[in-house]
Structure formats: structure tokens, C-alpha cells
Design a protein around this ligand. Structure first.
Ligand SMILES: *Cc1c(COP(=O)(O)O)cnc(C)c1O
Length: 418
């Protein structure tokens, strides 16, 4: 399920040559394959086909409106973590009844917005948040459907920044306190507990942590029902890992085999918040070589993309495969750091990368950049954010244009008496 393949040394996205697209739009840019998005969504859907389920695409992984529309039109809902993401999901046409809202710092105006739109449920992260949602719901004269995000204290075996279900993590409510909090919620007039939520981390490459955490939370469903709560949904969050370089990523079926039997027993509808597995390998970042530079100890390839465009290598020590978009037969492999123009030593896309000799103007593809790529990009160093291009078969669409210098200063003001 990968639509970024080489033909005679030329990288293609579906039916289009990456180099041809680069010529039209300039570099750097994000390039997405519609077919890869769609086939990943389908693969997850089919893997969990034995049980009633809804895939809520995690908007923070890739929040472009066209991407959200494409997934929504294929049945996906959305997992949002801010009012802004809710706005995007609704603009893109995601049905409100398929939207779940997580995040541990929801404000009262965000809560009101979500209640007015009629989302499926809030994933609540603390007892004070519970009180605030109740307050807002009562004021609006509605009942807020909620799940508690329980923290099952499970080590997902991933980078510390993306492990979210451990005791020391800021997320969720400890499993031991969950029953009491559910009872509080059950007795408040503005709240209706309808689900249980967990999200233990991201880029998880083993189904074991899922199995263990689902075991823990599935028991809770029965206990809550005995207390008269109509628990209809069990949300296992996201986190399915994918292949970036040579790690072995389980197929969706493997995750399904581990949890579906446990979930079937509960009779709950399964909710999943899948981001990376759907979007990661559906996108690449295309960049041009600006300079070859020999340092005293290292060789650098300076490219026109930087950490502001793709921060994962700097932030998580993530390793992305980097390769020329047009391969030369005669090129010798050399070990280089691929670095951007930003004034930070942490600005690199790859370190000690084996790359064939490249020349100024050569195109490089940074693979597996479709998730947490553009969405984490910034304007640091006053760099304009890059365009996003979506390929569907032999057609390419600009789904976000390149920013201009004007965009950079939009909204700023110099006080008149300055
Ligand atoms: C980030 C996040 C996800 C998505 O994680 P992936 O690893 O991209 O699947 C799902 N749910 C919540 C609550 C998240 O914060």
C-alpha cells in the first residue's frame, strides 16, 4: 500500500513523476497520494470488520481540508483536540455525530462550540473538566455525551514524548479513580457517560500494550453498566505504528486480533482514533539540494526544507528515509547530514544518512512525512510554509498554496505612535 515508487530511477506519486510536479510548484513541498490515504483507511476498516466500529481520523496528524474531506467521504469521522480542529473537521464535511473531542485543556468556549455542533462525545481528561462541561451543558440546556479518558498505566514502548498512558503522564484519569469519577458524572444533570476512552501513545509497534490496556478498560464497561450507565462505546485511541525505515510495523489485522475478542465481549461499538497509520506513508516532503558543504568532520547536504517544515527528526530523533527523487546510475554512496537553512544546530532532516552523491538542484524525497509533517510546521526564521499537493491518479491538486511574504505579516500591526 504505497503509491510512491521508482520507475527507471524516477520517483512517482501514483501516475505522476515527482520531478515534473517539482518543476511546476517549486520546492520544498508536501506531496500526498489520495490512493494511499484511501487504501490505509480501508485496510483498518476491513481489519476490524468483525465488530461494529467507527474510525475517527486524528486531525492533528494531517489537517488539510481536502484530506479530511476525502476521508470523510469514505466514512471516517474525526478525532479533534481543539476548537480549531473541530472547525476544520466541520468545514471539511465530517458529520458532527462522528466527531470525538479529546485534549486536556478544553476551554469553556470550545466546549460550548462542540455542544452546539452536536459532536458524538467529549473525551474528558480531569474531574475539573468534567465540572466545566457539566456547567456549560446545563447553561445551554443540553446533556453532554462523554467518555472518561482513563489512564491504564501501560508502557507502549515508544519515544517518551509520544507515550501518553503512563502513570506519570499528564493525560487521562487513573483507572483506580475512574469509577468514582463516572459516578460523579452520572449524577450530574449536564453529563451523559456513554463511553470509555484510552490513548496510550503513538508509533506503537507491538499489539501487546493494546491488548493489556483494553483488558483493563473492558472490565470497567461492565461495572459501569451495573451502575445504570449506558456505556455504548469503547474508544481505544490511536497509536498504530508504521514503517519509517527498517522497523517492522504490524499490519492492522494484528492489532485487531489482539483486541477484537476482548471488545466483542463488551458489546460496545469500537472507536479508533487513527492518525499516523492512515496518513504517515501517504505523504513525502520534496526538497532541493542547495549546497554540498564539507565541514571539518562531516559532510553536509544543505537543502531548502528545514526543521520548521518537518520537525520530527529534531523533536523526536525520528528517522525518515531520504533518497533522491531522480536516481543517477553513477552516483557513489556517501555519508552526509541533510540539513536545512535554519539557524539552529538541531535543524536537520537526517544525520549520517547514506545518500548517493548529489549536486546542486537535485531533488530529495523525505519519505513517510504525511503524518505530523505539515501540521507541525511553523514560520520559524520567517520561512513561508510550503504548499501541499495531492495526487489522484494522473491529476495533481494544490490543496494548500505556498505562503507569501504577505502571509507572514498578516495580522501584525505597528502601533501608530511608533
Ligand atoms: C495523537 C492522538 C491520536 C492519534 O495517534 P496516531 O499515533 O497518529 O494514531 C489519537 N488519539 C489521541 C487522543 C491523540 O492525542
Amino acid at each position: 500500500m504505497n503509491d510512491f515508487l521508482y520507475k527507471n530511477g524516477d520517483l512517482y506519486c501514483e501516475e505522476l513523476r515527482v520531478a515534473d510536479i517539482a518543476e511546476k510548484v517549486g520546492t520544498p513541498f508536501y506531496l500526498y497520494s489520495e490512493n494511499t490515504f484511501a487504501s490505509h483507511l480501508k485496510a483498518v476498516d476491513e481489519a476490524f470488520g468483525d465488530i461494529e466500529h467507527l474510525i475517527c481520523f486524528s486531525v492533528k496528524a494531517n489537517s488539510n481540508l481536502a484530506v479530511l474531506r476525502m476521508l470523510a467521504s469514505r466514512g471516517a469521522g474525526a478525532d479533534v483536540v481543539s476548537g480549531g480542529e473541530l472547525y476544520r473537521a466541520l468545514k471539511a464535511g465530517v458529520e458532527p455525530g462522528k466527531i470525538v473531542y479529546a485534549g486536556l485543556g478544553k476551554t469553556s468556549s470550545e466546549i460550548e462550540y462542540a455542544l452546539n455542533e452536536g459532536i458524538l462525545m467529549f473525551n474528558v481528561e480531569s474531574s475539573e473538566e468534567l465540572m466545566l462541561i457539566n456547567e456549560v451543558a446545563v447553561r445551554l440546556g443540553v446533556e453532554a455525551p462523554i467518555a472518561l479518558r482513563v489512564n491504564p498505566d501501560i508502557d507502549p514502548g515508544t519515544h517518551p514524548y509520544i507515550a501518553t498512558g503512563l502513570k506519570q503522564s499528564k493525560f487521562g484519569i487513573p483507572l483506580t479513580e475512574a469509577m468514582a469519577e463516572y459516578e460523579v458524572a452520572h449524577n450530574l444533570p449536564g453529563l451523559k457517560p456513554i463511553g470509555i476512552h484510552q490513548h496510550i501513545g503513538s508509533q506503537i509497534l507491538d499489539s501487546g500494550p493494546f491488548e493489556n490496556s483494553v483488558k483493563k478498560v473492558a472490565n470497567l464497561a461492565g461495572s459501569l453498566r451495573e451502575l445504570g450507565m449506558e456505556i455504548a462505546y469503547l474508544n481505544i485511541g490511536g497509536g498504530f505504528g508504521i514503517q519509517y525505515t527498517d522497523e517492522e510495523a504490524p499490519a492492522p489485522e494484528e492489532f485487531a486480533r489482539a483486541v477484537v475478542p476482548l471488545l466483542s465481549e463488551t458489546g460496545c461499538t469500537l472507536l479508533m482514533e487513527v492518525g499516523r497509520m492512515i496518513a504517515g506513508n501517504a505523504g513525502i516532503l520534496v526538497t532541493s539540494v542547495l549546497y554540498n558543504k564539507q565541514g571539518e568532520e562531516k559532510r553536509f547536504v544543505v537543502v531548502d526544507a528545514a526543521m520548521n517544515d518537518l520537525i520530527r527528526p529534531s523533536l523526536y530523533q525520528a528517522i525518515h528515509t531520504i533518497a533522491p527523487a531522480v536516481k543517477r546510475d553513477e552516483a557513489e554512496p556517501v555519508k552526509v547530514d541533510v540539513v536545512g537553512p535554519i539557524c539552529e544546530s538541531g535543524d536537520f532532516l537526517g544525520q549520517d544518512v547514506e545518500l548517493p552523491e548529489v549536486e546542486q538542484g537535485d531533488l530529495l524525497a523525505v519519505f513517510t512525512a504525511g503524518a505530523y509533517g505539515f501540521t507541525m510546521s511553523s514560520n520559524y526564521n520567517s520561512r513561508t510554509r510550503v504548499p501541499e499537493i495531492l495526487v489522484s491518479g494522473s491529476k495533481a491538486y494544490v490543496i494548500r498554496r505556498r505562503e507569501t511574504y504577505e502571509d507572514l505579516i498578516r495580522g501584525e500591526a505597528i502601533p501608530e505612535d511608533f
